[in-house]
Write a protein that binds this ligand. Structure first.
Ligand code: FAD
Length: 320
């Protein structure tokens, strides 16, 4: 039994799903002990109840003006203060940009180990066993934590969140924070307009490669993504060619995604691309070259011209 602290993440006024997945992971580690949520930034107070509905026993919040936009500096200070006050035996963050930035800073200060990018966990008596990908997703290793602080980040879309239960109750309390000597102050945040579905949390991704041939060609993929309620992704080949934005790049040097369905269109299946999507639950490949490597990891393959196949799929899904 261990008291576990989890960090919730707010993006554009909403809680990211990975916050609920972190609660589910924390519940397993806590094994009946308390799961404490921490929510920082704008709207933290109004969103805190959601964390209780998904399994947190208590939530600590702060809407301090220095936490309005994320900075490593301010968030690290506050989380350290909360850890010192709460003394959790476990801490779980999402393996997101924020979690990846914060977790090594905090574990270094705590002189603790860190299991990063866990995709599953199990508790065997006093031990917690995490599974995490290595060698760009080609293999998995198990990390066994036997004692000391259990600190982990979990990959989005892998550990299922618990059912939402609006009858659950729990305390929501403000934390007193002492933020000083900030080296970074965010004056303004200018967001790019996106399709609205966050790539790293999307359940369905329609991804395009150099075979899409132009930025205009990506509109065909967007139509299929819209029909499926998914997001559009891209290979680096397509980004380098100027057909899509680097923020959509999936792979070793881009985002790592694990959607329920990944549709690769005009992507050859280079090892660096596969590193970012091979753990998708179902992979569909559309490529006019029957020898393309992407077919070696696909569950379903369509050999054909994407400009014929993708519009047909979009039409079909629009009608259901
Ligand atoms: P290509 O390899 O050119 O493939 C295009 C495919 O489209 C072909 O298979 C072709 O048959 C098919 N095609 C063409 N026309 C059609 C059509 N009309 N209909 C259907 N199919 C069609 N790549 C990534 O994606 N992500 C990364 O993070 C990444 N990181 C890298 C890091 C390093 C250090 C290096 C060296 C490379 C990295 N790469 C990465 C690049 C990677 O090696 C490949 O060059 C890249 O993935 C190729 O992109 P592609 O599949 O879109 O293009």
């Amino acid at each position: 039994m261990a008291k576990v602290l989890i960090l919730g993440e707010i993006r554009q006024g909403e809680l990211r799903n990975v916050s609920f997945e972190a609660i589910a992971a924390a519940k397993q580690i806590a094994d009946g002990d308390e799961v404490v949520g921490l929510l920082l930034g704008e709207k933290a107070v109004s969103l805190a109840k959601q964390m209780i509905y998904y399994g947190a026993d208590r939530v600590l919040v702060s809407e301090h003006s220095d936490l309005k936009s994320y900075t490593s500096d301010a968030y690290t200070q506050v989380i350290m203060q909360v850890i010192e006050a709460e003394k959790p035996e476990g801490v779980v963050f999402g393996h997101t940009s924020m979690g990846k930035d914060l977790s090594p800073r905090i574990t270094a200060k705590l002189k603790s180990g860190l299991v990063s990018d866990a995709v599953s966990l199990e508790v065997n008596g006093e031990e917690v066993v995490f599974t995490r990908p290595i060698y760009s997703g080609k293999a998995f290793e198990k990390k066994v934590i036997k004692d000391g602080l259990i600190f982990a980040t979990i990959r989005p879309n892998n550990i299922p969140s618990l059912e939402k239960d609006e009858s659950r109750t729990g305390d929501v309390a403000s934390v007193n924070v002492d933020i000083k000597d900030l080296r970074t102050i965010i004056k303004d945040v200018v967001r790019k307009t996106t399709s609205g579905v966050d790539l790293s949390e999307a359940k369905i991704i329609v991804s395009g490669g150099r075979g899409v041939k132009s930025a205009e060609g990506f509109k065909v993929l967007q139509e299929l993504a819209d029909a499926l309620g998914g997001a559009v992704g891209s290979s680096r080949g397509a980004c380098d060619a100027g057909y899509s934005d680097y923020s959509l790049q999936i792979g070793q040097t881009g985002k790592v995604v694990t959607p329920d369905l990944y549709i690769a269109c005009g992507i050859s299946g280079a090892i660096q691309h596969i590193a970012g999507m091979s753990n998708s639950k179902v992979i569909v490949a559309i490529n006019k070259d029957p020898e393309a490597n992407i077919f070696s990891i696909a569950d379903y393959g369509i050999v054909g011209d994407l400009f014929e196949v993708v519009p047909l799929l979009a039409e079909e899904f629009k009608s259901v």
